[in-house]
Design a protein around this ligand. Structure first.
Ligand code: 2E4
Ligand code: SF4
Length: 403
């Protein structure tokens, strides 16, 4: 079976983008032809991060007030780990055929999950819902070793779409557990990523949900304690927790590199920059998306008049923006750009038609597909359309601003 659908789709979408007009242009108050909203359901959801997002969409035909504007955050939307995970499910469907089982939501976005379901993905909560011997994809958030064992016991063909930056944190946990450290995992209990990381060394790891929990933590040896974290936390809140931990354990060890990933940091830096100028900030993302919810909090803390999360354009309420001169707009790492474009259109219909981009970093990162899927595609003669090695560049923007 061919996997050429995705590249074809990219050209389709690129044509839509090119047709939508570039630049921070003031939009005349008239119906514009070639509206980007025509595409509500793309052929593929992967590859969005490959699109240039350095210029905003032009708002289609509206009676827009030129004095009212949208500040569009960049970077926003898909990160490299999400793009890879979504591409993994799409390529698995194309190559092996439906159904392909997926343990948990591949990423925490309703539209992505609904769209992939329509194409033949079956989302399950646990591996025991997958028929013996069937193929199952593990989500971008990662799984504990126990889940791998359960899958092996049922002879499942697994494809692991865990983001490499989550895997990096798992490896840190294993290494520090081997060194017999007490590991303090800053993150939200119950979140899939935290469950997966915790499962690497449950006897060594304690979860710290917030700065206030620090007081009640007890360790075996205060000189042999290390902190690690979930990848999608608020940087400021996590640093507050670390500060409190260090007050309690002055010899607290740091992880070898940032666990809060480049994408989380970059999106927070961008929304922080625009929030003080905004009467309201709208974040596109699903309710269970940790990084999207953090963007709402970060926007509010950085001075936005108000901040709201929406899954899709029709959730934007007229009263939120009725008196707004400046509306900030961003999206979480699991959000396809098409949903942001729809919100721009909705805001245009509400009279806000001038789009300005606020860019704080550029990203140039792409992760290769999971190894066994890549091998199967190669054996079938399918050309990969992404690198074979993990490439990580472009993360310095966020770090430079934070430190
Ligand atoms: C894996 C790790 O973790 P969060 O709830 O923010 O996940 P979401 O699926 O919304 O974003 C992608 C992702 C996946 C982030 N980190
Ligand atoms: Fe990976 Fe970061 Fe994206 Fe999570 S937000 S999937 S850790 S790149």
């Amino acid at each position: 079976m061919s996997t050429r659908g995705a590249p074809r789709l990219r050209r389709d979408l690129l044509a839509v983008y090119l047709g939508s007009g570039w630049g921070n242009a003031r939009v005349p108050a008239r119906k514009a032809p070639g509206s980007v909203v025509a595409v509500t359901e793309p052929t593929s959801l992967a590859g969005a991060s490959a699109f240039p997002d350095d210029v905003p969409a032009r708002t289609p035909g509206v009676d827009a007030d030129p004095e009212r504007r949208i500040l569009l955050a960049a970077p926003r939307g898909y990160c490299a780990g999400v793009d890879r995970a979504v591409d993994t499910v799409e390529k698995a469907l194309e190559h092996y055929g439906a159904p392909v089982y997926v343990r948990k939501e591949i990423v925490h976005n309703k539209f992505v999950v609904e769209t992939l379901s329509k194409r033949g993905a079956i989302f399950v909560s646990e591996t025991d819902e997958v028929p013996e011997g069937a193929r199952v994809v593990f989500s971008a958030h990662g799984v504990s070793p126990l889940v791998h064992q359960e899958a092996a016991a049922r002879n499942l063909e697994t494809i692991d779409a865990t983001c490499p930056l989550v895997t990096k944190v798992h490896k840190e946990a294993v290494r520090f557990a081997k060194g017999d450290y007490d590991i303090l995992l800053i993150g939200h209990s119950g979140h899939e990523e935290v469950e997966g990381t915790h499962g690497e060394a449950p006897e060594h790891i304690q979860i710290v949900n917030s700065p206030d929990e620090v007081d009640s933590i007890e360790v075996r040896d205060p000189d042999k304690v290390v902190w690690i974290s979930q990848t999608t936390l608020s940087v400021d809140e996590a640093m507050e927790t670390v500060k409190r931990l260090r007050e309690k354990f002055p010899n607290l060890h740091d992880p070898p590199s940032d666990d809060i990933c480049y994408a989380t940091q970059n999106r927070q830096v961008a929304v922080k920059k625009l929030a003080p100028e905004c009467d309201v900030v709208i974040v596109v993302g699903s309710a269970n998306s940790s990084n999207s919810v953090r963007l709402v909090e970060v926007a509010a803390e950085a001075g936005a008049g108000a901040a709201y999360r929406v899954d899709k354009a029709d959730e934007v309420r007229e009263e939120w923006v009725r008196d707004a001169k400046t509306v900030g707009l961003t999206s979480g790492a699991s959000v396809p750009e098409i949903l942001v474009r729809d919100v721009i259109t909705r805001l245009g219909e509400l009279g806000i038609g001038h789009v300005e981009e606020v860019r704080t970093a550029s990203e140039d990162i792409m992760f290769s597909l999971p190894k066994n899927l890549r091998a199967d595609l190669k054996a079938a003669g399918v050309q990969p359309d992404r690198p074979h090695k993990v490439r990580q560049t472009g993360t310095k923007g966020a770090r430079a601003e934070r430190r």
